[in-house]
Design a protein around this ligand. Sequence first.
Ligand SMILES: *[C@@H]1O[C@H](CO)[C@@H](O)[C@H](O)[C@H]1NC(C)=O
Ligand SMILES: *[C@@H]1O[C@H](CO)[C@@H](O)[C@H](O)[C@H]1NC(C)=O
Ligand SMILES: *[C@@H]1O[C@H](CO)[C@@H](O)[C@H](O)[C@H]1NC(C)=O
Ligand SMILES: *[C@@H]1O[C@H](CO)[C@@H](O)[C@H](O)[C@H]1NC(C)=O
Ligand SMILES: *[C@@H]1O[C@H](CO)[C@@H](O)[C@H](O)[C@H]1NC(C)=O
Ligand SMILES: *[C@@H]1O[C@H](CO)[C@@H](O)[C@H](O)[C@H]1NC(C)=O
Ligand SMILES: *[C@@H]1O[C@H](CO)[C@@H](O)[C@H](O)[C@H]1NC(C)=O
Ligand SMILES: *[C@@H]1O[C@H](CO)[C@@H](O)[C@H](O)[C@H]1NC(C)=O
Ligand SMILES: *[C@@H]1O[C@H](CO)[C@@H](O)[C@H](O)[C@H]1NC(C)=O
Ligand SMILES: *[C@@H]1O[C@H](CO)[C@@H](O)[C@H](O)[C@H]1NC(C)=O
Ligand SMILES: *[C@@H]1O[C@H](CO)[C@@H](O)[C@H](O)[C@H]1NC(C)=O
Ligand SMILES: *[C@@H]1O[C@H](CO)[C@@H](O)[C@H](O)[C@H]1NC(C)=O
Length: 712
Amino acid sequence: MIFRALLALATFVPPSLCNYTISLTSTNGITISDGNKTVVNNAAILSGTQNTTVSALKNATQGLTYELITPTVAKVQLNTTANFHGARFTAEPDTHFFGVWEYPFNYQITNKNVSFDLKGVGNNVGINWVNARAPFFLTSAGYGVYTDTLKMGSYDFTTPGEAQFIFNTSSLLYYIILPKEQGDIKSIIEQYTELSSRSEIPSTSGLGPTFWSDDFTQDFHGSVSNAEENIYDVVNHLYYNQIRATSSFADRPYGTGNRSWGNFDFDPKFYPNVEVFLKNLTDWGFDFQVWIANRAQLGTELYNKSLAEGWQYPLDLPPLGALGAALDLSIPEAYQYFEKKLEYFASIGVKGYKIDRGEEGEMPDYVQNEQMALFLQLAYDSMVQKHGATKFHNFARSAVDRSRSVTHIWNGDSHANFTGLAYSVASGIRSGLIAFGIWGSDTGGYTREGTLTPTEEVWARWMWFSAFSPVYELMLGTNHTPWYEPYTQQTVDVLKQTANLHADLTPYIKSYAYVNSKTGVPIIRALFLEAPEDSATWEVPDAYFFGSEFIVAPIVTSGGSRSVYFPKGPSKRYIEYFNKTSIHAAGTTANVSLPVTSIPVYVKEGAIITRGDIFQGNAKWVEDWQAFLFIEVFPSWDVPESRFTYYSGEGNEGKAVEIVLATNKEDRTVKVVYGDLGVEAAVLWQLKSGPKEVNLNRGGGYTTLTDVELLF
Ligand SMILES: *[C@@H]1O[C@H](CO)[C@@H](O)[C@H](O)[C@H]1NC(C)=O
Ligand SMILES: *[C@@H]1O[C@H](CO)[C@@H](O)[C@H](O)[C@H]1NC(C)=O
Ligand SMILES: *[C@@H]1O[C@H](CO)[C@@H](O)[C@H](O)[C@H]1NC(C)=O
Ligand SMILES: *[C@@H]1O[C@H](CO)[C@@H](O)[C@H](O)[C@H]1NC(C)=O
Ligand SMILES: *[C@@H]1O[C@H](CO)[C@@H](O)[C@H](O)[C@H]1NC(C)=O
Ligand SMILES: *[C@@H]1O[C@H](CO)[C@@H](O)[C@H](O)[C@H]1NC(C)=O
Ligand SMILES: *[C@@H]1O[C@H](CO)[C@@H](O)[C@H](O)[C@H]1NC(C)=O
Ligand SMILES: *[C@@H]1O[C@H](CO)[C@@H](O)[C@H](O)[C@H]1NC(C)=O
Ligand SMILES: *[C@@H]1O[C@H](CO)[C@@H](O)[C@H](O)[C@H]1NC(C)=O
Ligand SMILES: *[C@@H]1O[C@H](CO)[C@@H](O)[C@H](O)[C@H]1NC(C)=O
Ligand SMILES: *[C@@H]1O[C@H](CO)[C@@H](O)[C@H](O)[C@H]1NC(C)=O
Ligand SMILES: *[C@@H]1O[C@H](CO)[C@@H](O)[C@H](O)[C@H]1NC(C)=O
């Protein structure tokens, strides 16, 4: 498997790159040089019997191998009898280090002054349990390092210009990854994910809008008397308000048993007719997911069976919430049992899981990564057997490295206030840097304190952020539902505006989900991924490229104002997306103030944006619904040619179609060339005179305009 991946890597690399050489230093470190200078200084290779007493390897002839396995990837392997191994990298003191954790420690996208294990983060500022993680870091010095292991590790970035990691293993394997071309940071992520794994293209319904409750068995309105009817109440309000949606899910409680988890069923008290209910939801355009976790709650079938078989982790301390120990899934019988039990959900039409926990003390910390990888795999397998790949949506809060190929993620329990929103934006950016590309946050936050949390202002700002997130999911219910008091029509209006915008951006998001599946390059992109030459972008935690066409700058504080920096490199100028009146030069900063009915979003010169109604979901109010695609283009005389890969079709059964926008300043002609888009489509030209719509042919072709005045 790995061997084949490496072969594929090798064939990708153009031969004309600079020639890197790897060598051992006199102090038993490793350097990589580009011929002129040292580009990687792996100053020390560490080993020790305790993780607190590691020291630099004294005799590198023992157990160490190192080689360039492609022109831009070095493989380093170290085996000794010591229990802990690691490495230290040094660079200039102002070097930035990124990656490893999704959680934005100190509200940063860099790892400046951070030292932590490679495990679930837990209760912290802004968000509880932002847990996606990967043994991979990137640096502004121009390389990445991937340690290929599921063992527990710790990373230390507290010394300026230094990155150090230590893993609980006597056999350490890491890769030093160089860009394929000078400054091409995206190619480091591409090579990293070639070695590890990439996300699958999600089902379109997995992108949302998704509406769920932390507890559908309470907060009933009107004639509602159980959870099924409570969900119908949501479905009906969305319908009458014409708010787009694609799925719903039930957090606990939904099953029988102690605290509603462990008997692998639905409680008939809440779901009297679950099979009819799931069928009906499908008819109304909703997929449905349920909550699962690897925890054996006292008195349940999962508990009784795993106790009798000796599969539970013996714990010194009760885990958080006293919700039971985890099963040791490295025991094949335990793994098979769990997978088999989950098959029930797939068999009745459940289309994925919200996968919770795995980091709350229900197992020893040092197995968190191995155990979570196993649980996510079995959860995936239980769905894929029934529905097929990319036909359901699993999302977890605790996921490591290669598990991105079997689960998407959400960022845990964020606080329902502006701190939670700001940290969620930063965690979205950080999840991209470790290549967990299909990501969403609980819109409005999860941890609510008091009746009007989130406030209407927080909720509205967050809805705009979720419109420009890969996944839009929103928690309502438990006395916080937009169309019920104390919320007002304003919240319903912004919900409708943003949910419908997200649905309309689905053709764009899917196209980048395709790119993410092929290259690992995320959809939410730190500004520096698109503008690596502009050092002013390195530390921005609250603005990002969404794909490569949009800059999104969510408002994450109260009052409605913020400043936005326009990066140098990707475009000379950027135009405000909604009104299309203000244009900003690269390298400048603008102060913007917007009401809750908008968000600061900008597009590049020459942008190509695919939008439109390509997935019906719950939009049953539309008579004779038919898919329709818009190719929205922003031609500029500065950009003679730009390209976009549109992904049409469902899941992994779609196909990629090239769209080219060309401009010719001499004869004032603009042209769009397109392949078979698979649906009825039009070009939406954004011109000085306003938008101009031109219908396109099925099967591909081109369309031109002459004598036009452009926006740029
Ligand atoms: C090495 O330096 C020379 C002279 O400055 C330069 O032309 C060349 O591009 C450099 N090579 C690399 C790989 O940076
Ligand atoms: C790389 O090395 C090869 C063989 O030594 C040489 O032919 C080639 O010119 C070198 N390329 C660069 C960019 O230095
Ligand atoms: C390093 O290890 C090699 C191989 O075991 C041995 O021959 C050599 O003497 C060692 N050198 C030192 C300085 O210990
Ligand atoms: C180190 O151990 C791994 C796994 O046990 C093995 O595959 C590899 O060949 C060993 N490498 C060296 C340099 O001994
Ligand atoms: C680094 O973090 C430590 C503790 O987390 C803190 O005491 C210290 O002030 C921080 N240093 C810098 C330079 O931010
Ligand atoms: C190092 O030891 C501490 C204390 O036992 C533990 O919390 C941490 O997880 C260990 N780190 C690794 C990489 O095993
Ligand atoms: C089916 O779903 C609709 C829409 O939510 C709901 O109004 C209706 O009562 C459901 N029908 C049955 C038979 O449960
Ligand atoms: C449910 O689990 C809790 C511990 O989490 C335990 O105290 C309680 O007795 C259990 N209830 C039943 C009915 O087993
Ligand atoms: C688990 O065992 C307890 C104690 O024997 C029993 O009361 C309970 O009904 C069992 N649970 C299930 C789901 O069988
Ligand atoms: C390291 O892993 C071993 C199992 O391989 C475990 O027994 C030990 O407790 C771990 N050490 C730490 C510090 O977590
Ligand atoms: C958000 O809530 C957390 C937890 O209560 C609190 O620490 C933080 O100060 C709050 N942030 C704002 C902006 O109110
Ligand atoms: C667009 O223009 C309207 C009317 O001037 C204004 O209210 C709104 O805030 C503007 N939106 C943006 C995103 O600039």
